[in-house]
Design a protein around this ligand. Structure first.
Ligand SMILES: *[C@@H]1O[C@H](CO)[C@@H](O)[C@H](O)[C@H]1NC(C)=O
Ligand SMILES: *[C@@H]1O[C@H](CO)[C@@H](O)[C@H](O)[C@H]1NC(C)=O
Length: 417
């Protein structure tokens, strides 16, 4: 009997220590996941701030995609979901006073898109409630077209201080998106000062134009080398003739995570998560535009990996400030407007500001021809004393088409009901 008791106790002790081991392993993996450090280093405020928590999921989203002519509206949502994710995945990083600007960007994405969208909003903690409250107030018909997730700003723990100190707190976050959003295949990153003038799915479709080497797509920094910045001033390598602009960046993140990148620091190529820190260390004294410069260095060494799309996908004041120099926009109009240098909020480029104001003021759901396009055209007429104002027919060329196709679709829906 004693002998059985001993054996039993031994088993209990063994089971106890096994459990202890399992728990310690579990704890270790949980700590690993915590290696991303929040930028404010503060304690999380309640459970509402979990990284990556889906804040709102709208049912039946996947069924919304191809509704043109109502042909596909019968297809069941789950069926579509299993086969293909139709959404365009849009990411933005917002800090400081950028709440309203970011919401206007998201609004422009929603106004003209037909296919559903998912927004990945990286923001300082103080802005989270503002985003959530505003997005929850948007009309139901628009809410049915998008889902969103709000994330804190995080950096790898070891170097968090370095990254934060180097640029403004938000600036280098985009470099880490492939590492933070590990489960996401592809992503369109845009700056907060972007305005979509046509459906987001049009730029999303460029992913399918990638060849086997392409893993990211961006527009050139300049069309005109005589006013280019990199070719005149840069003290580091940069892509192509005039460098690239990272304000609109389409990424196949699966490929970014898999790729070994050639570089000028090690004899062997490095993974994305390995290359960023050495690059920063080597070039930190020589870079001016922060993470955009690092991207230029990376694609200088790996040019075959970059798909360059033309300037009308990332149209900036540089394209018109001394006269129009974006040829593709001359032909097809501006697809995506990028009001960098604060031009939506100052008086330097009134034509850019007019577009921003028109989209911001347009009440959701009202007729876009009368409550967006007409007021915009009226205010653009007052901007013709500037070069960009004289090119402002390019700002509305594609926008007009986008608006009339949305309005046409609405009319069809109404008459088919
Ligand atoms: C991204 O690249 C991966 C690996 O090549 C591929 O399987 C996937 O389909 C690509 N995603 C898109 C949206 O093209
Ligand atoms: C930084 O710029 C200086 C001055 O142009 C140059 O001599 C140096 O080689 C640059 N450093 C790197 C790492 O390229």
């Amino acid at each position: 009997m004693r002998c059985y008791l001993h054996a039993f106790l031994l088993c209990v002790a063994f089971a106890f220590f096994s459990l202890l081991y399992v728990f310690s392993q579990l704890a270790a993996t949980l700590e690993d996941r915590d290696e991303w450090r929040r930028v404010d280093d503060g304690a999380p405020r309640g459970s509402g701030h979990d990284t990556g928590r889906i804040l709102r999921k709208t049912p039946g989203l996947a069924g919304l995609g191809d509704r043109e002519g109502g042909l596909d509206s019968e297809r069941s949502g789950s069926d579509a979901e299993q086969h293909k994710d139709e959404r365009s995945h849009l990411a933005v990083v917002a800090c400081g006073s950028r709440l309203e600007e970011t919401l206007t960007m998201l609004k422009s994405a929603l106004l003209f898109s037909r296919k559903p969208l998912h927004f990945y909003i990286f923001a300082e903690d103080e802005l989270h409630d503002g985003f959530r409250d505003a997005l929850d107030l948007w009309p139901r018909t628009f809410q049915a077209k998008f889902t969103f997730t709000i994330y804190p700003i995080t950096f790898p723990k070891e170097n968090a201080k370095e990254w934060k100190k180097l640029f403004k707190p938000c600036a280098s976050q985009r470099l880490f998106l492939p590492l933070i959003l590990k489960e996401v295949d592809s992503l369109l990153y845009v700056d907060t000062d972007i305005l979509f003038l046509q459906p987001v799915e049009n730029i999303w479709a460029l992913l399918s134009h990638f060849n086997a080497n392409h893993l990211a797509a961006m527009a050139p920094e300049h069309e005109e080398p005589r006013i280019g910045w990199y070719n005149r001033f840069a003290r580091h390598p940069y892509y192509g003739k005039t460098g690239i602009n990272s304000g609109v960046m389409l990424m196949n993140m699966t490929r970014i995570r898999e790729k070994f990148f050639k570089n000028d620091m090690t004899a062997f190529p490095l993974k994305w998560e390995e290359i960023l820190m050495p690059l920063l260390q080597k070039y930190k004294l020589n870079i001016t535009w922060g993470d955009q410069d690092l991207l230029n260095i990376i694609f200088y060494h790996n040019p075959e990996s970059l798909y360059v799309f033309p300037c009308q996908w990332n149209y900036r004041p540089d394209h018109c400030i001394y006269g129009s120099n974006c040829q593709q926009a001359e032909q097809e109009g501006v697809f995506i407007l990028h009001g960098n240098r604060g031009v939506y909020h100052n008086d330097k480029q009134p034509a850019f500001r007019a577009v921003y104001e028109a989209i911001k003021k347009h009440p959701f759901g009202e007729n876009m021809e009368t409550s967006l396009l007409q007021p915009l055209e009226a205010s653009l007429l007052t901007t013709t004393n500037s070069y960009c104002g004289r090119a402002s027919h390019l700002f509305t060329k594609r926008l007009k088409q986008s608006i009339s196709s949305v309005q046409r679709e609405k009319t069809m829906e109404r008459t088919s009901r």
